[in-house]
Design a protein around this ligand. Sequence first.
Ligand code: AMP
Ligand code: ZN
Length: 240
Amino acid sequence: MKSTQRILSANPGKNPLMRSIGFGFTVALSVSYLKYSQVMASKRKSEGKSEDDKVSAKKPAPFWKTGLLSAMHDPDLQVYKDDKVIIIKDKYPKAKFHFLVMPKDNIPNLKSLKKENIELLKHMHEKGKETAEKSDPDLQFRLGYHAVPSMSHLHLHVISQDFDSPCLKNKKHWNSFTTEYFVDSEDIIKELEKNSKVIKDVSHSQELLKKNLRCHVCRKEMTTMPALKTHIKQHSYKKS
Ligand code: AMP
Ligand code: ZN
């Protein structure tokens, strides 16, 4: 018998080489098992969380997203307030008249709406309509929400349909107010009454912002923002 065969066939308990091979094998097995159980535990933990939990656990909202919370208390922007709502002038108006109606209650967005908010939404709509009437009773306005708002805290846009403003600069601005990305306030109220919640498809909404530029009155397609802005001046936005 060769010397290596003799060593390996000897009693492992008494053989130092076999003892160290056995010890190494046991350590490797224990480390792998420990790693496996850590991976499984973190997987189980993440599966137990909702999507919202996962998002909020990642990072807080950037500070600019909460700008409306301070803007709503800015006396230079406020045009109306009562026990339920505050109305402010939009700081970067996309038309001759552009207001934001906000609830005093903490309602972050459309997704957080519940059936018990229906009366509040109706009140926001009524007060928004009154503000439009007071600004210019002859001008056409739309009242609605962006399907995917950029700013936190629920806000109803009240916007005149002239879109005559230097702040209206790009395709995203235009499409956010003239495609289905802009959802009429009355449709949001109906959806909440019917389904007890409001759900908007984020990826579909984001595609709407990329659509070709079109006049919101005659639907003519325009190639550039300056051409569109010149074109829309020819229409009348008076109530008929
Ligand atoms: P949305 O895309 O629906 O979240 O629109 C947010 C609106 O808030 C835009 O029309 C902005 O021009 C407006 N806005 C952004 N920051 C402020 C601010 N600090 N004060 C007033 N309006 C603001
Ligand atoms: Zn047109």
